[in-house]
Design a protein around this ligand. Structure first.
Ligand SMILES: NC(=O)c1ccc[n+]([C@@H]2O[C@H](COP(=O)([O-])OP(=O)(O)OC[C@H]3O[C@@H](n4cnc5c(N)ncnc54)[C@H](O)[C@@H]3O)[C@@H](O)[C@H]2O)c1
Length: 408
């Protein structure tokens, strides 16, 4: 038996999910309906997939169609509300990242999911399908590199130009998506950080906007504090050409270096405290008892690139519904990254280090205030734009009159 799936929101990402289901890239699953509030988007879909029923309202769709599971790919603020409704209607749910904009709302969604433990509920943390990330998690949790002493993540290869920001109404605004590069692109890395290393105790961050006309950040610098003065530094931006993707995790007994699609693992026979205890040499030596190997499962990585990480995560979701696989990205795992997003914004607004998680109620209030500030900025900009436009009109009138005089 196959799982009957509907996609809610068939913009850029939802279209890809629908296509993957429709072209049978996801075994044991069928696309049975799609929904989008935009009539033009639906029209485009109807032309391509004539037999798939389309709906403007997801409530109507759930009422009328025989659906086992839904994939939600709407803008961020819709995620929590639609997830809760679908769970109420006894549907398995895979929601796009982030599961919600605030931890305050995420708590409600998780409570709702806990009421129906028979349902499979998941978040689209597609980077978890990468075998390199899975191996890193395994090495850290098995203690293969010993106690963690530091970590650094540089992620600057999510380039977004002004043209990207100009295309979509909800993008890069607190009112539209609850933030900018942090909540949209960098949220994948925040999930990996907490998945592999666990949640930090506190964070201090600096966010700013560079070279783009947007009201949110596209440049992020954070220091996360873990117990025993262990720090993790995160550098992320979406404005750098030919950026970097590098994650280093150093432990007392080894080190993991992930650079783009390659992972190098170093393991030491003795831990650094043991070496330090025994050695009489003050500096300048390299422990010879080091094992080093590269982990680069080319074949699996090629398969993932071919199908796409998102399709691989949907396969896992479908197999979990069929009781064939363990779920890679359960809904409750969506909370960690949302708490980190909230704490990073709270720290940058306050200009100081904050605990993780921050108070969800206070964050919700602060975000609403931020949205009001943003509205005022955008209103001013609209006036600027209108003034510019009015000047242009006067200018062209003057040229028109000048042309008429010259013609005479
Ligand atoms: N996992 C990934 O790698 C990845 C990549 C890109 C985007 N995303 C996520 O996918 C989601 C959608 O992003 P996108 O780029 O496709 O945006 P988009 O704007 O292109 O598409 C969103 C669609 O949802 C529709 N919509 C809005 N409210 C709706 C509602 N209540 N019911 C039904 N449809 C509704 C809109 O009309 C639009 O067509 C976001 O959460 C985004 O963060 C994930």
């Amino acid at each position: 038996m196959y799982v009957k799936v509907a996609v809610i929101g068939i913009g850029r990402m939802g279209k890809i999910h629908a296509r993957n289901l429709r072209t049978n890239r996801i075994p044991n699953a069928r696309l049975v309906a799609v929904c989008d509030i935009d009539k033009h988007v639906l029209e485009g879909h109807k032309k391509k997939y004539k037999k798939i029923p389309t709906y403007i309202s997801y409530k109507d769709m759930l009422e009328k169609e025989d659906i086992d599971a839904v994939i939600i790919a709407t803008p961020h603020y819709e995620h929590g509300k639609i997830t809760q409704y679908c769970i109420e209607k006894d549907k398995h749910v895979l929601v796009e990242k982030p599961m919600t904009v605030t931890a305050y709302e995420a708590d409600f969604v998780i409570k709702k999911a806990n009421e129906k433990p028979n349902l499979v509920t998941a978040v689209m943390w597609n980077q978890r399908t990468n075998p390199i990330h899975q191996k890193a998690k395994e090495l850290v949790s098995s203690g293969a590199i010993g106690k963690i002493i530091r970590a650094n993540y540089i992620i600057t290869n999510w380039y977004r130009s002004q043209a990207y920001y100009n295309q979509g109404g909800w993008r890069a605004s607190f009112s539209g998506e609850g933030g900018g590069a942090l909540i949209n692109q960098c949220v994948h890395q925040l999930d990996l950080l907490q998945w592999i290393l666990g949640m930090p105790k506190a964070v201090e961050s600096k966010l700013c906007t560079k070279g783009r006309d947007i009201t949110t950040e596209n440049d992020i610098a954070c220091i996360f504090t873990y117990p025993d003065n262990v720090y993790l530094q995160l550098t992320a931006n979406t404005h750098e050409l030919r950026g970097t993707n590098r994650f280093e995790i150093a432990g007392e007994k080894g080190r993991i270096v992930i650079s783009d699609t390659k992972m190098t693992v170093y393991t030491f026979k003795k831990s650094e405290p043991e070496v330090n205890e025994e050695t009489k040499q003050g500096y300048g030596f390299v422990t010879r008892k080091t094992k080093r190997y590269n982990y680069m499962p080319r074949f699996i990585l090629r398969l993932i690139w071919y199908f796409g990480e998102q399709a691989c995560l949907i396969k896992n979701f479908i197999n979990a519904i069929r009781g064939k696989e363990k779920l890679l990205s359960p809904l409750k795992d969506g909370l960690g990254a949302v708490q980190l997003v909230n704490a990073i914004y709270a720290s940058s607004w306050k200009g100081e280090k904050v605990p993780v998680p921050v108070d969800p109620v206070k964050y919700d209030e602060r975000l609403n205030a931020k949205i009001e500030e943003e509205k005022a900025i955008l209103k001013k900009d609209t006036k600027k734009h209108d003034d510019k436009h009015a000047n242009k009109e006067i200018e062209s009138k003057i040229h028109e009159i000048a042309d008429q005089i010259l013609e005479k």
